[in-house]
Ligand binder design. Structure first.
Ligand SMILES: Nc1ncnc2c1ncn2[C@@H]1O[C@H](COP(=O)(O)OP(=O)(O)OP(=O)(O)O)[C@@H](O)[C@H]1O
Ligand SMILES: [Mg+2]
Length: 583
């Protein structure tokens, strides 16, 4: 493990390098010092020999020569002066090994003869015969005296010096290696410590910890690396935060959209889906009872989008609601990787469209009949078809009735339009209830007596006063009573009960007339809706179908609720609840 780490590798490399250099250096030094010692010894011996040679040339006396020689020579060396006639002067030997040497050997051995005969200096290393001592010998001739001077010395002395030097060199190398080891470890830990920190920080990045900073300890490349690393961390943090925010933004936009959105991949699998789209799919699963992931219409659209590489639109109707699906391709550069489908519920729009068309048809129908009647009867008058004054009066009365009808229609329409557009300002004031009720009932007194109806009024008033717009509520009551009276058999009963508490005003108008069938009940508050589809104009049933629409609008403007209960041939009851603290 250690050898694989950067510390190990660096330290080992430095150690190996230094050891190699030291090894070469040691060998070279050893070599050098060996030669150096020998040369130095030779030089010294040669100098001694030269000195003795000059003494020999100056002095005649053998004793003096011997004496001087003793003084001149190194204690470790021995000197032999050899004359041609066989005479020898031998210095005293301090070295036991040297003293045991046969001096005559010098005479016999060839190299030494050379000194005498050839007259030249020699350097030799020899193992002396009769002993194992290796010696170093320097010999020089002294021509004038016919003699040769040999200086020799045991190599052991040199070996000792050499051993000493070697010891010192090895010691130095050892110390160098130890120091290098420390240095190498110190250096590599210093280099790798920040690297280890960076590795930890990088691992932190992978775990999503972007705020860990690497300390910048040095100014070198590693410091710069740490700086770059920190910058990278910050940039990453910035980009990832931006990405996350964008994603959250997108998902909150998606989930708060009213339209459904589904993202699909090329294979037709859902990738992203928002709640309205899920609702759409749920109703589709419910209606089709299918196990498929997506409706066929959507898959066909996806095919179309992928092959034609352009937006495609389709309509689909599920559970009585109309949906428009708009699908656009999703690109990954130039390749279409999928599509986004936007699903919009168009039911309300379609309904509004239909309402608008129906409204125009209804209004024109309602206006056309009185207009053509008026046209016909007025022509009759002009053409003098009615001969008597009574006939003319009769025609004029019909024309007048129709004109009244038309103006009522137009007024109702205007009222309705104003209330629906919110232009009517409710004038909410404290209003006494009993007088209001009796005022409305008086209006119908004549019809009631004529038809022999009974009108009961029940009042349960905790407080006499309610906060309402008097005129508007009067119109509500008028419309409801008018309806009740008109859809009633003779001798029927109408109950109006009013309850006023501090918080709420309840009004109930109940009749036992012809009632409304279940089929028609949900629609009676719609404009122009009449149960009697033939729009019979005769008798009690004439009407435009606007009355209840106006009632509902007024009640809702008071922030109240109107409900209806009815059974065919049993009777109808309207309930109104209006909050009293409305002001
Ligand atoms: N009390 C009731 N009993 C039976 N049917 C009713 C009653 N009130 C309303 N309706 C039915 O509801 C329909 C709509 O009533 P609405 O008051 O809106 O129109 P209308 O009475 O026909 O016309 P308008 O009130 O504009 O003169 C009526 O045509 C009638 O068929
Ligand atoms: Mg009515």
């Amino acid at each position: 493990m250690f050898w694989r780490s950067v510390v190990g590798k660096l330290a080992m490399t430095i150690l190996l390098l230094v050891s190699f250099v030291l090894f070469i250096l040691t060998i070279l030094l050893l070599e050098f010092f060996e030669n150096f010692h020998i040369q130095e010894a030779e030089k010294g011996m040669m100098q001694t020999a030269t000195k003795i040679s000059s003494i020999l040339q100056q002095e005649e006396e053998e004793d003096v020569v011997f004496e001087t020689t003793e003084r001149v020579k190194d204690p470790a060396t021995q000197i032999i002066i050899m004359f041609e006639d066989g005479k020898m002067i031998v210095s005293e030997a301090n070295d036991r090994n040297l003293s045991s040497i046969e001096h005559s050997w010098f005479k016999s051995d060839v190299p030494f003869k050379d000194v005498l005969n050839r007259n030249e200096a020699i350097y030799r290393q020899r193992v002396l015969p009769g002993s194992n001592v290796e010696v170093m010998i320097v010999g020089i001739p002294v021509k004038s005296e016919n003699a040769a001077i040999f200086v020799y010395q045991s190599l052991e002395v040199i070996e000792q010096t050499k051993a000493e030097t070697t010891r010192i060199i090895f010691l130095a190398a050892g110390i160098a290696i130890i120091l290098t080891t420390f240095f190498a470890f110190f250096l590599s830990t210093r280099i790798t410590a920040p690297l280890i920190k960076m590795r930890e920080a990088a691992l932190g990045l992978t775990r999503g910890e972007f705020n860990n900073e690497v300390p910048i300890l040095t100014n070198d490349e590693i410091g710069e690396l740490a700086l770059a690393f920190n910058q990278m961390g910050k940039q990453l943090n910035f980009h990832i935060t931006a990405l996350r925010q964008e994603k959250e933004q997108l998902s909150s936009i998606l989930s708060s959209m009213a339209d459904g959105v589904i993202t699909l991949n090329r294979e037709g699998h859902k990738i992203v889906i928002n709640p309205p789209a899920q609702q759409f799919l749920d109703s589709w699963y419910f209606e089709k009872n299918s196990n498929l992931e997506l409706p066929n219409e959507i898959l066909e659209l996806l095919d179309e989008v992928i092959t034609k590489e352009q937006e495609a639109i389709d309509e689909i109707s599920i559970q009585g609601r109309n949906f428009v699906i708009i699908m656009t391709p999703l690109y990954d550069q130039k390749f279409i990787r999928g599509a986004v489908a936007v699903i919009r519920d168009m039911t309300e729009e379609r309904k509004l469209d239909k309402l608008r068309k129906d409204f125009v048809a209804n209004v024109s129908h309602e206006l056309r009949t009185p207009l053509s009647l008026m046209q016909g009867y007025s022509e009759a008058i002009i053409d003098d078809i009615a001969e008597t004054r009574e006939d003319k009066n009769e025609l004029a009365r019909i024309i007048h009735d129709e004109a009244m009808r038309m103006s009522r229609l137009v007024n109702d329409l205007l009222d309705l339009a104003r209330i629906e557009a919110g232009h009517i300002k409710l004038e909410v004031k404290p209003v006494e209830i009993s007088p209001l009720i009796s005022k409305v009932s008086t209006k119908f007194q004549n019809v009631i007596t004529e038809k022999e109806l009974t009108l009961n009024i029940t009042e349960d008033l905790e407080s006499e006063i309610a906060f309402i717009d008097k005129d508007q509520i009067e119109q509500v009551l008028t419309n409801l009573l008018d309806n009740a009276i008109r859809h009633m058999q003779p001798k029927g009963k109408i109950n109006v009960s009013v309850k006023n508490t501090e918080k709420k005003l309840f009004i109930e108008v109940k009749d036992d007339g012809i009632g409304i069938s279940e089929v028609d009940l949900p629609f009676i508050f719609e404009r122009f809706y009449k149960v009697d589809k033939a729009r019979t104009r005769n008798g009690n049933k004439k009407g435009t179908g606007l009355g209840l629409a106006i009632v509902k609008n007024i009640v809702e403007a008071h922030k109240g609720i109107i409900t209806v209960q009815s059974k065919l041939n049993k009777g109808t009851t309207f309930h109104i609840t209006i909050p009293n603290e409305f002001s």
